[in-house]
Structures are given as structure tokens and as C-alpha cells.
Design a binder for this molecule. Structure first.
Ligand SMILES: O=C[C@H](O)COP(=O)(O)O
Length: 263
């Protein structure tokens, strides 16, 4: 399967931005900025803070918007005495289809290691959510030149104990930490190097069919001005977009990337 048969996915990670009123405005504006044809060609997803999910659900259901949504984190537990956590069944009940797992900000600020990340991937799958498993290296590792091995290790850790059938339901996001929110985008070749290595690792650990089916996103200072060159790479199937997803028109332009490719 080539990149042309994997449906592109653009996921906007709002991080800890926008209250529920602002969320409603952004999701309506985003939907109004994209045609049905564009939304069919490129799967468009927003990942708001937990407190916005019910509002986004109401907007999407009420106006039958062709926009998917999901959460930025998930508890490894289904219920119980876990103060502050949000479970898979709660997210599924809100109509979420995606959940980010192992984002570098969770790994850094909440000390999530591969064991925790793996438990969260499994929790997502158990409750019918598609995990977007993030891998990526810091600047020190990039400078040592061991970034491919580092990302492969994170991939192995996050997917430990899964069957090929389960892995086919996972989305992988390569996010070099040094490119997140810094304005320093990896070059298209940098993105391809690791996204290609991720796919190769999936073939080695699982099978070629699995490797061919899994979508691999790039994230890190994605903007309307650089998305076409990134999406021109054979193993990049979409973007995990932070800052630029907070602006409806900018994110809509990112989602319209096939039109830039065609020029
Ligand atoms: O989840 C998104 C990434 O961390 C990228 O964020 P950014 O687009 O603001 O660099």
C-alpha cells in the first residue's frame, strides 16, 4: 500500500488552550472553512481539552459536521479512585474517536514512561478509541545521531504486547521535541527519515501488511506554509498540529494541502 491509499489525517492538538465557548466557535469556523469534498479527502480531527469535549460533541452532532474529535490523554484504568483522571469509557461516551498517548509534554511533565504509555494505548483500544501514539527525540539525542533508534525504542515500548490487528488500529505521530512550538520545523527529509524508519520497524516487529496500513503523522511547527512539502514525503500520512490548529483558517489551509500539492 502506498501513501496515496492511506487516507491523510490532520489532527489539531489544542493542548491547554481555549475554554468551551471558544472551542465551539473554533470548531464551527473550521467546519465552515472546509467543503464536504475537502473533509472527505482529508480526515480532519480536533483534540480539545477535556472540558471542551461535550461542547465539541454537541456542535458536531447538532450540525452533522464532518469533523472528528478526541482527547489529549486517557487513564490506563476504566474507573475507580484515580483523582483527576479521565477514562476510556467516559471518552467513548462523549463520542471521541481518537486519543493522544505519550505526547512528549506528558512524558516530560508527568513522567510517563513507555510502560504507562503502553497501558494507555491498550486502554484506548479496549474502549474503541484510536490511540495516536507519539514518539520523538529531544535535541541532545538528535545531535548524537541516535534519533532513529530512540524513536524505534519508544515505538516498541508503546506497542508492546499488541497483536498486528491491534497495531493496525493505531496512528503513530513522529514529533521531534526540538521542533515542537519552536518554529523550527524538521526538514521534509528529516520527517521522512523517521516516519520511514517507523514503518520499517512495524514491518519487522509485526508484518508488512500492518506497516503498510498504519498512518504515520509528523508533528512539530506544522504550518500552512510547510505542510505541502512535508506531505510530499512517501511515509508521512498527515500532521499532528499544535499552535497552528488554534487558528481556524490556518488549520483549514493545512487540511487543504492536496490543493497545494496539485499546483
Ligand atoms: O501535538 C502537537 C505538537 O506538539 C506540535 O505542536 P506545534 O505545532 O505547536 O509545534
Amino acid at each position: 500500500m502506498s501513501s496515496t491509499t492511506r487516507r491523510p489525517l490532520m489532527a489539531g492538538n489544542w493542548k491547554m488552550n481555549l475554554n468551551h465557548l471558544e472551542a465551539n466557535l473554533l470548531v464551527q469556523k473550521l467546519a465552515a472553512s472546509l467543503t464536504e469534498k475537502q473533509l472527505t479527502a482529508v480526515e480532519t480531527v480536533v483534540l480539545p481539552p477535556f472540558t471542551d469535549l461535550r461542547t465539541v460533541q454537541t456542535a458536531v452532532d447538532g450540525d452533522k459536521l464532518l469533523i472528528g474529535y478526541g482527547a489529549q490523554d486517557i487513564s490506563p484504568h476504566a474507573s475507580g479512585a484515580y483523582t483527576g483522571d479521565i477514562s476510556g469509557p467516559m471518552l467513548a461516551k462523549l463520542g471521541c474517536t481518537y486519543v493522544v498517548v505519550g505526547h512528549s509534554e506528558r512524558r516530560a511533565y508527568h513522567h510517563e514512561d513507555d510502560t504507562v504509555v503502553n497501558a494507555k494505548v491498550k486502554a484506548a483500544l479496549t474502549h474503541g478509541l484510536t490511540p495516536i501514539l507519539c514518539v520523538g527525540e529531544g535535541l541532545d539525542i538528535r545531535e548524537q545521531g541516535t534519533h532513529v533508534a530512540h524513536c524505534s525504542d519508544q515505538l516498541d515500548g508503546g506497542l508492546a504486547g499488541l497483536t498486528p490487528e491491534q497495531v493496525r488500529q493505531v496512528v503513530i505521530a513522529y514529533e521531534p521535541v526540538w521542533a515542537i512550538g519552536t518554529g523550527k520545523t524538521a526538514t521534509p527529509d528529516d520527517a521522512q527519515e523517521v516516519c520511514g524508519a517507523v514503518r520499517q520497524r512495524l514491518a519487522e516487529r509485526f508484518d508488512q501488511e500492518t506497516a503498510d496500513q498504519v498512518r504515520v503523522l509528523y508533528g512539530g511547527s506544522v504550518k500552512a506554509s510547510n505542510i505541502a512539502s512535508i506531505m510530499g514525503q512517501s511515509d508521512v500520512d498527515g500532521g499532528l498540529v499544535g499552535g497552528a490548529s488554534l487558528d481556524a483558517e490556518e488549520f483549514a489551509q493545512i487540511c487543504r494541502f492536496p490543493e497545494h500539492l496539485a499546483r
